[in-house]
Structure formats: structure tokens, C-alpha cells
Design a protein around this ligand. Structure first.
Ligand code: SF4
Ligand code: SF4
Length: 116
């Protein structure tokens, strides 16, 4: 499952450069599928919708750092454990229980983000 950042976040920014998928953004910033990934063109979402990989998407948090669930793989294929959880000084990067994903799904997601 994806990792999420709780309201305990102190906006230190330590987690952001550690993410291999560019899934972590500063509060208020827009996000893109193509940031730090090889994703190009049209992205098919789990809910059947689509997004342009290079198009800026609205922020998911106005004030604290946030993780884009569609880009979080729990660091699968890069590290043995979620790097954001490892480095966060206040332990506010936690499992998002509402977004359960199997290991196989996480591997497919990693391959989608870094194909080519
Ligand atoms: S668990 Fe890994 S992939 Fe997910 S947001 Fe944290 S650093 Fe990025
Ligand atoms: S490391 Fe933790 S406290 Fe710092 S910005 Fe990331 S989530 Fe927030």
C-alpha cells in the first residue's frame, strides 16, 4: 500500500529527495507523473480515468508535504523499506490502510513508472 504523511509533518523536507519515484511534494506544489519517472503520454488510472504524464496536477495538500499515492511503491525495486518512513524525524510517514496493494501490484507500478 502507499505511504501517507500525517498532520504531524513539520515540513523539514528531508523525505522529498529520498523518494525514487518523485512521489513526495511540498504542500501547495503541483505534481506530475513525469517528475523523476519515465512516464510519458497518457496514463491510465486504476479508476479508469486518464492523465497526461506531463500535465501539472493540483496539490493534494495546501500546507504540509504530501505523497501522490499513484506514484508511491513503498520503494519497491529500489530499497527494502520505505525511505520516507526511514528518514522522517517525527515518524509521520505511515502506511495508508485505505490503499492496500499486493507486492505484485507494487512491482507492476514500479515497472510502469520506470519503463524504458
Ligand atoms: S515509500 Fe518510497 S516510493 Fe513511497 S513516497 Fe516514500 S520514498 Fe517515495
Ligand atoms: S521528513 Fe517527515 S516531517 Fe519532514 S517533510 Fe517529510 S514527512 Fe514532513
Amino acid at each position: 500500500m502507499a505511504i501517507r504523511i500525517t498532520e504531524e509533518c513539520i515540513n523539514c523536507g528531508v523525505c522529498e529527495p529520498e523518494c525514487p519515484n518523485g512521489a513526495i511534494y511540498k504542500g501547495g506544489d503541483e505534481w506530475r507523473f513525469s517528475d523523476k519517472t519515465n512516464v510519458k503520454g497518457t496514463v491510465l488510472l486504476k479508476d479508469g480515468g486518464t492523465l497526461d504524464a506531463d500535465a501539472a496536477q493540483p496539490t493534494l495538500s495546501p500546507s504540509i508535504y504530501y505523497i501522490v499515492p499513484e506514484k508511491c511503491t513503498e520503494c519497491t525495486g529500489f530499497h527494502d523499506e520505505p525511505q520516507c518512513s526511514l528518514v522522517c524525524p517525527v515518524d509521520c510517514c505511515i502506511q495508508d490502510e485505505e490503499r492496500a496493494e499486493s507486492k505484485e501490484e507494487l512491482i507492476l507500478k514500479k515497472e510502469m513508472l520506470h519503463a524504458g
